[in-house]
Structure formats: structure tokens, C-alpha cells
Design a protein around this ligand. Structure first.
Ligand code: PRP
Length: 181
């Protein structure tokens, strides 16, 4: 697995320090409230778990599964809800937690979809941003890191379902995905 990684972009201590920083900001901004974190499966499950562990305020979590990529490296622009929330978010303070924003299509779609459910507030917390790939404008409210347009895996991010368990974020060797495309 590690031999498929060309270089480490963000190592484990760097990611963990950023997650603690984001959790501290959320804890301050949502003081006196009990936000609902919406973890967008599958990529955000590790980020959401770490983020939630560092919150000092009460919070709930719910999950949505969205499909836009399949096994391909480029966004098709087609967003499909594979698993919806278990509970209503009407009147709730909602934070959408994502691993990466690329074209912006997923978060744009989600924002519109979730606002229609009448939450009290709605913000996004995104670990990685690839601004050079944006097709629709979207600025996350809370952001971890901007990354270059490289094929990143690890800390929840996959290629063909693999590499999610890496504790760091690395760049995949091109030969790994070129042989499948
Ligand atoms: C990734 C990521 C976002 C989306 C971002 O999900 O988790 O949901 O793509 O891309 P966009 O800004 O171009 O819309 P993916 O479809 O790879 O699914 P996964 O999280 O299950 O790996």
C-alpha cells in the first residue's frame, strides 16, 4: 500500500494539529448550541470521527452517502443520494463535514438540498480544498488545507475503495491509476 504512494503531502501530526484547531474553532463558534455534524460518506468518516472527539461542546452526528465519482478520477457532475439522514434537521445547527472539495458540485448540491430542510444554520467544514479544480464557486466555512491538483489518498480518501486507512495524505503514483483508466 505505502509503495503505491509517491510522496506524503500532509503527515499525521500535521493533520491532527489541524483537526484539533478546527474542533477548537467549532467549539467556540457553537458555544451554547448542540450542532449536528453531517458526515458525508465514505471519505469523511475518519475526519468526522477525529473532529468530533476534539469538540468540547455537545454535538450529534448523522450520515449521508453521496455518489459522484465511482471509480473514476474526475467528477461526472452527477450527484446521487445513496443514504439519507436518519433524522430531520429542521431548526438544527448543521455542519456538513467533507474530506475534499474539488469541482464544488457535491457541496453545492448538498447545500441546496439541506437548506430546503429548514435548518437554523448550515455551514461546511472541509479538510482539503483543490481550488484549481472548481467548476462552481464554493468557499467552505471551515477549511483544513489547500492542496494542489494531484491524486491524493489517505485519511479517508480512496482510490477504487483503497488507501482510506493511511494515517497521512499522500499522492498516489500515476502508474497505479493509469493502469485502470
Ligand atoms: C468525493 C468527496 C466529495 C466529492 C468532492 O467523494 O468525498 O464528496 O468527491 O468532489 P466535488 O467537489 O468535485 O463534487 P467521492 O465521490 O469520491 O466518494 P467517497 O467519499 O465515498 O470516496
Amino acid at each position: 500500500m505505502h509503495q503505491d504512494v509517491a510522496k506524503v503531502l500532509l503527515d499525521e501530526p500535521t493533520i491532527q494539529a489541524k483537526v484539533r484547531e478546527l474542533a477548537a474553532r467549532l467549539s467556540e463558534d457553537y458555544q451554547g448550541k448542540c450542532p449536528v455534524l453531517i458526515c458525508i460518506l465514505k471519505g469523511a468518516f475518519i475526519f468526522t470521527a477525529d473532529l468530533m472527539r476534539h469538540l468540547t461542546i455537545p454535538a450529534r452526528v448523522d450520515f449521508m452517502a453521496i455518489s459522484s465519482y465511482g471509480n473514476r478520477t474526475r467528477s461526472s457532475g452527477v450527484v446521487q443520494i445513496l443514504k439519507d439522514l436518519d433524522r430531520s434537521i429542521e431548526g438544527e445547527h448543521v455542519v456538513v463535514v467533507e474530506d475534499i472539495i474539488d469541482s464544488g458540485l457535491t457541496l453545492t448540491y448538498l447545500q441546496e438540498n439541506l437548506w430546503s430542510r429548514r435548518p437554523a444554520s448550515l455551514r461546511s467544514c472541509v479538510l482539503l480544498d483543490k481550488p484549481s479544480r472548481r467548476e462552481v464557486p464554493f468557499t467552505p466555512d471551515y477549511l483544513g488545507f489547500q492542496v494542489p491538483d494531484e491524486f491524493v489518498v489517505g485519511y479517508g480518501l480512496d482510490y477504487a475503495g483503497l488507501y482510506r486507512q493511511l494515517p497521512y495524505i499522500g499522492v498516489l503514483k500515476p502508474e497505479v491509476y493509469q493502469k485502470h483508466s
